[in-house]
Design a protein around this ligand. Sequence first.
Ligand SMILES: CC(C)(COP(=O)(O)OP(=O)(O)OC[C@H]1O[C@@H](n2cnc3c(N)ncnc32)[C@H](O)[C@@H]1OP(=O)(O)O)[C@@H](O)C(=O)NCCC(=O)NCCS
Length: 188
Amino acid sequence: MAKAPIPHPILSTTRLRLRQFRPDDAEGMHRCFGDAAAMRFWNHAAYAKPSESERAVRRFIDCTPSYYRFWAVAEAGSNRCIGMVNYHDGQMRSRRVTIGYIVDPGRQRTGIATEAVAAMLDFCFGELGLHRVQAFIHPDNAASRGLAEKLGFRCEGRLRDHLRVSGEWRDDMLYALLATERPGAVIP
Ligand SMILES: CC(C)(COP(=O)(O)OP(=O)(O)OC[C@H]1O[C@@H](n2cnc3c(N)ncnc32)[C@H](O)[C@@H]1OP(=O)(O)O)[C@@H](O)C(=O)NCCC(=O)NCCS
């Protein structure tokens, strides 16, 4: 008999519900992916057509828990999608993942990302038992660097020509947070 799929974990915070993506989240995600300013430091250019966001959302529904997983960041009350958080490039032998995040430009600077990423970090360190969570951030991405630092990440240096976007090389700053550095950590 085929195994029943493991349900996608739902992470709840005061204002948010982090849940599996569904096709009708494409409109909310297009407010992110269709915005040139929000996409300035992303690993691809902004999407001109809503159909490109629809295709991306269809990919976000799937996951390989040991390697990657996406959560729709939804408002707790309306369940409306206002962003996305994910981990990817999972290296379970080294108990390490890389994370990504984006918030609807109309909802930024209200603590949404702090709340959503903190919930995902609880899951990564708690449920997955990870040791290291890292983020690659463009040197000029002040919002993302500020968020990472607020959550306790440390900057470990600059990676030259780390990413190629629209034919151009980009540097990244490498940020990381270890399980042993989290407030109240008891893990050796
Ligand atoms: C990065 C991003 C997710 C932050 O989302 P947000 O919901 O606005 O973040 P928060 O309101 O929780 O802010 C957390 C901290 O980030 C920093 N920050 C957020 N926006 C900032 C801005 N415009 N300028 C400088 N610092 C900023 C601040 O340190 C802030 O803490 P504070 O409010 O106590 O000062 C959002 O700006 C975004 O979606 N950017 C585009 C996508 C992107 O670049 N993703 C990261 C790829 S590595």
